[in-house]
Design a protein around this ligand. Structure first.
Ligand code: PGA
Length: 241
């Protein structure tokens, strides 16, 4: 059985105070959320420790947005896997397109981060996806298969989540047609030796689309940016159907 994982990615939004205010409201909406759904919030590093303490006993799992591959060292600005697990972080986003585009993340560094995260006991959410130009020139499958081939060697598929995030759909309001997202996620699954890896869709997921997205047979959850910043919106997404 594949796990359903609904994850919010706050990116570089919300101070500790904002995060606490969000939770006060959001937690009230989880009373009737069906048991089987894993709810993850990937929040800025500055809020992880405080929010981790306040989430004790709640069903929300905490996620970081990046992790380094070394256990410690002279790597200014980076965060080691053990620093995250020590404060109760369970998940980490790896290879988000914004990291690839603005911070020089490559398939090779993605691979190192995935392996190190798993070694420390974190469950990484690996992001893959094509640009608009790549889609228009019919390269979607080729790009994604290459990201998987280079990103996954040595990675334990039993401790992995994958998010299919077409780059042209991120933050644009331009959601990928759900049937097409379902199809590409099927292609991703066909590349994996373990059929139980949860595969999410990400890219302008909004409350009004969630029921249709989650009705797709290949889609095991969503990775949500903008709509995860608003308690009512993310609550509607988590409480789909
Ligand atoms: P979005 O972001 O929902 O704001 O498009 C998704 C993501 O970047 O993970």
């Amino acid at each position: 059985m594949r796990q359903i994982i609904i994850a919010g990615n706050w990116k570089m939004y919300k101070t500790v105070r904002d995060a606490s205010e969000f939770l006060q409201e959001f937690l009230q909406h989880l009373e009737h959320t069906p048991e089987g759904r894993e709810i993850v919030l990937c929040i800025p590093a500055t809020s992880l420790w405080v929010i981790s303490k306040s989430l004790h006993g709640s069903r929300i799992r905490l996620g970081a947005q990046n992790v380094h591959w070394e256990e410690e060292g002279a790597f200014t600005g980076e965060i080691a896997p053990g620093m995250l697990t020590e404060i109760g972080v369970r998940y980490v986003v790896v290879g988000h397109s914004e990291r690839r585009q603005y911070f020089g993340e490559t398939d090779e560094t993605v691979n190192k981060r995935l392996i190190a995260a798993q070694k420390a006991g974190l469950k990484p959410i690996l992001c893959v996806g094509e640009t608009k130009a790549q889609r228009d020139s019919g390269e979607t499958e080729k790009i994604i298969i290459s990201q998987l081939e280079k990103g996954l060697p040595g990675v334990d598929l039993a401790q992995l989540v994958i998010a299919y995030e077409p780059i042209w759909a991120i933050g644009t309001g331009d959601t990928c047609e759900v049937k097409e997202a379902n199809r590409v996620i099927g292609v991703i699954r066909s590349q994996l030796s373990n059929p139980d890896v949860p595969i999410q869709y990400g890219g302008s997921v909004k409350p009004n689309l969630i029921d249709e997205i989650m009705a797709q047979p290949e889609i095991d959850g969503v990775l949500v940016g903008g709509a995860s910043l608003v308690p009512q919106d993310f609550a509607r997404i988590v409480n789909y159907f």
